[in-house]
Design a protein around this ligand. Sequence first.
Ligand SMILES: CC(C)(COP(=O)(O)OP(=O)(O)OC[C@H]1O[C@@H](n2cnc3c(N)ncnc32)[C@H](O)[C@@H]1OP(=O)(O)O)[C@@H](O)C(=O)NCCC(=O)NCCS
Length: 215
Amino acid sequence: MAQKNTTPKLVIYGCGGHGKVVADIALCRGLAVAGFVDDGAPEGGRVLGLPVLGGAGWLEAHRSEVIVALGIGEKRARHRVHQLCAALGLDPVTLIHPNATVAASARIGAGVVIMAQAVINPDARIGDGAIINSGAVVEHDCEVGAFAHLAPNATLGGAVRIGALAHVGLGASVLPGKAVGPDAMVGAGAVVVTDVPPGVVVVGIPARLHRSSRS
Ligand SMILES: CC(C)(COP(=O)(O)OP(=O)(O)OC[C@H]1O[C@@H](n2cnc3c(N)ncnc32)[C@H](O)[C@@H]1OP(=O)(O)O)[C@@H](O)C(=O)NCCC(=O)NCCS
């Protein structure tokens, strides 16, 4: 007798640039991607040849049939979608590109995305909903907070602490043992040599205050 296929389908929440990369990682892992959920894009459109299924209402109606990956780059929107998923009883999946290297002792939260050529070394901890972008390096014993984003080729020395919702820009480095406060932003190419306070923007080598607020 033919059995009904009950394997939940994977949908990517967000069909912009980041969502496309997340979908690509899922496809590289051999997962069947049913399509995108997006509150802004027109339903019925196609991205990477996959359908845009609808917005939050679609997800609510289909919550028992799907699993979700976070495909939103902007941190606050990503956080909101994570909360929406939790309210619907959906724990976003963690996706790791097959060409990333993740130490067995590293702890990786729910809804984290780790992209191609990223390296996560032993005893590093990555909080829920964080993005470890292409080629980023997280050295041993680092702590990356929830919904933080390490941009492509960002490098953290050993035992660095990155606060929740913080952003480390393209190619920036943080010296071993230093801390970047919650919601802070390290500009592209900067080298952090002293702790960065919460909420500020720093740039340059060595990194210095650029703006006292991200907004
Ligand atoms: C640091 C940053 C947030 C500043 O943004 P901003 O305040 O809008 O800056 P502006 O573009 O208005 O530039 C203001 C000044 O800062 C300088 N500046 C901007 N970014 C800089 C950087 N990363 N390093 C050094 N100087 C920088 C500009 O040259 C400009 O200098 P000027 O006043 O002498 O002309 C931004 O440039 C940056 O680096 N973002 C990171 C982007 C990133 O990594 N994205 C990841 C995508 S996956």
